[in-house]
Design a protein around this ligand. Structure first.
Ligand code: GLA
Length: 578
């Protein structure tokens, strides 16, 4: 209600037509605000799927070397993540972690055996980053369900959060995965524990200057997409949304003969879709990939990569990197597919259409205006034609668009209204469609465009707060109505954040569970924009967006300038007024 903004939209209903014409005329101005890139999902490798508890310095060095030499590092893979099994729960009398000096020896003269910073230095020397693992509870997973064993009590960080995360940062690690086996057995509240861990990481950063990227692993228990984005004020993180795709398959052990299952991979993909939570650097994590592991054919590897990329998932490889064949490496490093995953809007793909059961069209909006990645996925056991229309993507329905096949790396020409292809059973095609975005007239417009400093205007501005900026130190509410066919809509939020750090605010849409938005810095005085997906009521009823930022550090300076709606609403009957 502040500054009459809520009522402004109501009053505007009377002036709807006037506002509509005024806003449409601002299309003539170029957009002045810059889309601010958000942190992409992490790319790397984890030791768990192929080494289980047999992880040690020798195999970590081999994997790091393979990442550096195989072209994976060049393609964007960075993290070498040491998962469970690196430590058996031993602490000294001061509670400091004690590791096995044989498992983690000195690697260079002057180094001390039993010091994890040796392996971190090695990983860094290749230009890569290093990840480590613990549990939020007292005991890690290996105590409750030892894999290759032995059962190790005390491998969690509970009661040692500050001490352990400081230790990880001092060793030089860049990434930490925190499991939930102990937390789950002890019936702890994950939102509380993971927030406490964020504060421990912040403390560690304050004293070492070294930041740990945050990977939460509670397998989708207690719906982490509702509380894990930005938990404890962290400005980028990932959270697991499902169980493990595969049990470890470890050469020359009792675990040598397993096979990864295609159905499990599809299950994890489905369970990972929570697009309303995935934006501005926060990502659903459907588990490390099984591409290149026993049981997966080349085609299945390609489907798997397509699905992880369209959903903007972390690309963490679980296979033994020293054994990848050239075809698998090509799949993992296809630059156009990787670029879809890493797109700077940071959004998740959505199911745009399912023309018949098992024939699916997935689409992911990309930073380039009018560009969508599309996966045509045939989950049936017979070949079938799968059509996608531009309207389903949120593009101008009758206009032309270019289509490119990302696996064939080939342009497929220009198509009017839509495209369709025959897809074999259990296979997927991956495309980029570049069409014409819907114009201003496709969404409800109830206030005129905002003037920015320098005289430029914002294009496609639906809610401009009368040209004022809205500081986010307190609660702000915006209401408006819009009509259309599909609730899934993109909100582009124009804002100013002059601070050096991203700042976090909460957004509640129509009284549902809020999501946290991280606003990256825009530089002093300038306006930037970020994009989120949300679900709106499109039947003409009022939509209510409530922003709040109780924990803002720089409260008077993060400000929203305007919000525009676009894209996937697929609105056929836009209303210029309410
Ligand atoms: C859980 C996690 C896995 C792995 C193992 C280690 O199962 O989901 O990714 O970290 O624990 O025990």
């Amino acid at each position: 209600m502040s500054n009459g903004r809520v009522n402004k939209s109501r009053i505007a209903s009377a002036l709807g037509l006037f506002a509509f014409i005024l806003a449409a005329s601002t299309c003539l101005f170029a957009a002045a605000a810059r889309q601010v890139p958000v942190p992409p999902p992490p790319m790397g490798w984890s030791s768990w799927n192929s080494f289980s508890n047999t992880v040690d310095s020798a195999n970590i060095q081999q994997q790091a070397k393979a990442m550096a030499e195989s072209g994976m590092q060049k393609a964007g893979y960075r993290y070498i993540n040491i998962d469970e099994g690196w430590w058996l729960g031993k602490r000294d009398q001061d509670g400091n972690i004690v590791v096995d000096p044989k498992q983690w020896p000195a690697l260079k003269p002057g180094e001390r055996a039993g010091d994890m910073s040796n392996i971190v230095r090695y990983i860094h020397s290749l230009g890569l980053k290093a990840g480590i693992y613990t549990d939020a509870g007292e005991n890690g997973c290996g105590f409750y369900s030892p894999d290759i064993g032995p059962p190790a009590p005390g491998t969690g960080s509970e009661n040692h959060y500050d001490q352990d995360f400081l230790q990880f940062a001092k060793w030089g690690f860049d990434y930490v995965k925190i499991d939930w086996c102990g937390g789950s057995r002890e019936n702890l509240d994950p939102a509380v524990q993971y927030a406490a861990i964020t504060h421990a990481i912040e403390g560690a950063e304050r004293s070492t200057g070294h930041r740990l990227y945050y990977s939460l692993c509670n397998w989708g228990k207690q719906s982490p997409w509702t509380w894990a984005p930005g938990v404890g004020g962290v400005t980028a993180d990932i959270w697991r949304v499902s169980g493990d795709i595969v049990n470890p398959i470890v050469a020359n052990t009792i675990r040598a003969n397993g096979k990864a299952s295609f159905q499990n991979m599809l299950r994890n993909f489905d369970q990972g879709i929570h697009p309303e939570a995935q934006h501005t650097g926060f990502y659903n994590d459907p588990d490390m990939m099984v591409i290149g592991m026993p049981g997966f054919s080349e085609t299945q590897n390609r489907v798997h990569m397509s699905l992880w990329a369209i959903s903007g998932a972390p690309l963490i490889v679980g296979a033994d990197l020293t054994r990848l064949d050239p075809a698998t490496l090509q799949i993992l490093t296809n630059p156009e597919v990787v670029a879809v995953d890493q797109d700077s809007l940071g959004l998740q793909g959505i199911l745009a259409a399912e023309p018949s059961p098992g024939l699916q069209v997935w689409s992911k909006r990309l930073a380039q205006d009018g560009e969508y990645a599309v996966v045509l996925l045939n989950r049936t056991n017979a070949p079938a034609s799968i059509p996608v229309t531009w309207k389903q993507l949120g593009l101008q329905p009758a206009a032309s668009a270019t289509v490119r096949d990302l696996w064939a790396r080939k342009d497929l020409g220009t198509w009017k209204s839509g495209y369709s292809a025959t897809i074999p059973a259990d296979t997927a095609a991956m495309l980029i469609v570049h069409g014409h975005p819907l114009g201003d007239e496709r969404v409800d417009v109830n206030s005129p465009a905002v003037e920015l400093s320098g005289g430029a205007s914002l294009k496609r501005c639906a809610f401009c707060f009368g040209g004022n900026q809205v500081p986010l130190g307190e609660e702000r509410t915006v209401t408006f109505s819009v009509t259309g066919e599909r609730g899934q809509t993109y909100l582009e939020i124009f804002y100013r954040n002059p601070a050096r750090q991203p700042q976090i605010a909460e957004l509640e849409v129509n009284g549902k569970i809020p999501t946290r938005i991280a606003f990256p810095p825009t530089g002093n005085g300038s306006v930037g924009s970020i994009m989120i997906e949300t679900n709106l009521k499109l039947d003409g009823a009022a939509n209510r967006l409530r922003f709040s930022a109780p924990a803002l550090r720089d409260s008077d300076r993060l400000a929203i300038v305007a919000i525009s709606l676009s894209g996937a609403a697929g609105a056929d009957n836009p209303s210029g007024s309410q």
